[in-house]
Design a protein around this ligand. Sequence first.
Ligand SMILES: Cc1cc2nc3c(=O)[nH]c(=O)nc-3n(C[C@H](O)[C@H](O)[C@H](O)COP(=O)(O)OP(=O)(O)OC[C@H]3O[C@@H](n4cnc5c(N)ncnc54)[C@H](O)[C@@H]3O)c2cc1C
Length: 419
Amino acid sequence: MRSLDRHTVLVGGGVIGVCCAYFLAKRGARVTVLERDQIGKAASFGNAGSIAPGHPPINKPGRVRQALKSLFHPLSPLYVAPRFDPALAKWLWSFSRTCTEEHVEFAMRTLAPLGHASRTLFDELIQTEKLRCWFCRDGYYEIYLTERGFESAKREIKLISGCGFHPGVMSGDALREREPAINDRVAGGVFYPEAATINPYEFVTEMAQRAEHYGVKFQTATGVVALRSADGHIRGVQTRNGELIEADSVVLAGGAYSVPLLHALGIRFPLQAAKGYHRDCESKEGAAPLLSHACVLGENMVFCTPMDGFVRFAGTLELSGVNHEIRQPRLEQLTKAASRYLKTMGDAKVKSEWCGLRPCLPDGLPAVGAVSRHPGLFVATGHAMMGLTLGPVTGKLIAEYVLDGSPGMDISALRPERF
Ligand SMILES: Cc1cc2nc3c(=O)[nH]c(=O)nc-3n(C[C@H](O)[C@H](O)[C@H](O)COP(=O)(O)OP(=O)(O)OC[C@H]3O[C@@H](n4cnc5c(N)ncnc54)[C@H](O)[C@@H]3O)c2cc1C
């Protein structure tokens, strides 16, 4: 059978699943996306909307010490809900072992070519598919209140520059000249020119529409409960209502919810859900815009992204399992933090609030590729804080895996069976 005649089922309709479907169908493949809820309504709905190639993973030297100090503090940017959970304990142990200079460098060298490729694909997609999704190519500013934070950012840019990006150090005054909302307490920051911002939900829905145009079938409210195999080969999926859907290839792109399907096949996949929040705010009537340029509040790890008539404040990382419970004080921390850096927050009016789950693997790298023990099965998840950024390149690579048998770039470091 020609590879294009084979049927590929995508499990999950977030940014990753939709990008995979688009690139497969664009090359003429027969594709069905099964989504248990609605397209793009999980983590891909409310993220910060930053396309941040060259962004280092959260695994960093010193992270464990920093995290231990604030770990169980309910208002710290990184929070672990205290509980007995052996899988989480193992994850934390593996995570701590990769918080080394060598691993960060390895992760950066692995992610950088993917970041460059994805950034180029965003430009191409926006232009050729005429996507309407509030795409802004203006980069972002990472801003710091303290000299200590500013110094650590300057150290980090050496590594980022070595990966072909061009971050630039800026004084507090230079930042205030560029972005009038930044207050006098900001000591300095770094400008990331290769970054861009976008409305993430609009991007996913626009991409889904284009994928549909190329022939992708979307089945929503269709949860997959099992992957069907015969002699180890994956032959399809079983849905919650008992339907068996045959497929020659299955791509698992279920985000933070992917684990049970892999565990059922005996595949070790130590993925944890890392909850993050957003608060969208608009300025009171007649007041100046809250912010004109995207900024990251360096000490608090809060991303502030101007979108269509509002600013999204997004961040925090909470390891509390797979749940969507909003802890109100953590949510409030987002705008409280912003008040320390921006003059305009007195005029902010809350428009909406949200939480979502990042799919995080302990080594800070996603899992993208074929599962050798189960021919026909591919995995595309674990993108943590980079799922939007790496969505297009992941989609292209998965299309190459499924249709050509191997990807066009060396991504052996992302093997799903590496754990
Ligand atoms: C607060 C916050 C801010 C972030 N900011 C950024 C950012 O600025 N830039 C960036 O690049 N990334 C960011 N991220 C990360 C990014 O949102 C995620 O990496 C990305 O959305 C993951 O996409 P996904 O498609 O893998 O998962 P999801 O968007 O979660 O989609 C998975 C989908 O699969 C479906 N599904 C799961 N299991 C099944 C099943 N068995 N059957 C059928 N359907 C199933 C789910 O219903 C869901 O719709 C942020 C995340 C958060 C929480």
